[in-house]
Design a protein around this ligand. Structure first.
Ligand SMILES: [Mg+2]
Length: 240
């Protein structure tokens, strides 16, 4: 990781650990949102269990619980994207996890490494979550990229979303950038475009590294610490 000048962070599940009941929280947001839209648009209603089932299938196929409903009923994805994120309870994000998180980001910035967020959530949600993590200063609005950057294309849809991202990061090239995710499939396009790739594996689920993943860390702090140590020559002291 010595030769990077950019870290692209996924947000949810990467910058912070998701709660274990995340699926039920997601369903609590999804069900009323879809029920209301079906009623408003004159479609026949769906039982909550059916919405949950379709949402799960949608997530498995597209990485989004709401995309199926956008496509099936012609709902505007921008609206669903915004509404889903606006209704997500901020309680899922822990308060500033540890002070070293912020310090390590600032330290790597001093070493010439830029940090941005690339998320499937929207920018408003990202700002809210980053505020709770006490990382607002480190990720100003122009450092946050979401599905509007990629025109609705998800990270696991190949290299197109990453090409769209780098159009916005003209000072950087993929070869000198590290993409950090909690979802391995979201790194395939990143790898294809030439980025280095890392997984944050909070629960130590990965016994071996997938082929397209260069590094696995159990926390973002561990990743940042490794970069700082590498730059200082492993000993933890600046080279003389
Ligand atoms: Mg994630």
């Amino acid at each position: 990781m010595m030769n990077i000048d950019l870290i692209v962070w996924d947000l949810d599940g990467t910058k912070y650990r998701l709660p274990t009941n995340m699926a039920s929280i997601t369903n609590m947001v999804l069900v009323p949102m879809i029920q209301r839209r079906l009623a408003e648009s004159g479609h026949p209603p769906l039982e909550p269990t059916k919405i949950i089932e379709l949402g799960k299938k949608s997530y498995e196929q597209s990485g989004s619980v709401w995309l199926y409903f956008a496509e099936k009923y012609g709902f505007d994805w921008h609206d669903l994207h915004a509404e889903f994120n606006n209704n997500m309870p901020i309680e899922i994000v822990p308060s500033a996890p540890c002070p070293s998180y912020k310090n390590l980001i600032q330290e790597t910035k001093k070493m010439g490494i830029e940090h941005v967020i690339f998320t499937h959530g929207n920018k408003a949600w990202a700002s809210k979550a980053l505020e709770k993590l006490d990382l607002t200063e480190e990720f100003s609005a122009e450092r946050i990229f979401d599905l509007t950057t990629t025109d609705g294309s998800f990270k696991h849809h190949g290299i197109q979303p990453f090409q769209a991202l780098f159009k916005n990061l003209t000072k950087h090239v993929p070869e000198r950038a590290l993409m950090v995710e909690d979802t391995p499939i979201n790194l395939t396009g990143a790898k294809q475009i030439g980025m280095q790739t890392a997984i944050i594996d909070y629960s130590s689920n990965f016994s071996s590294k997938p082929e397209h993943v260069d590094y696995i860390f159990t926390t973002p702090q561990a990743l940042l610490k490794r970069i700082v140590d590498e730059r200082l020559g492993h000993s933890g002291l600046p080279p003389v």
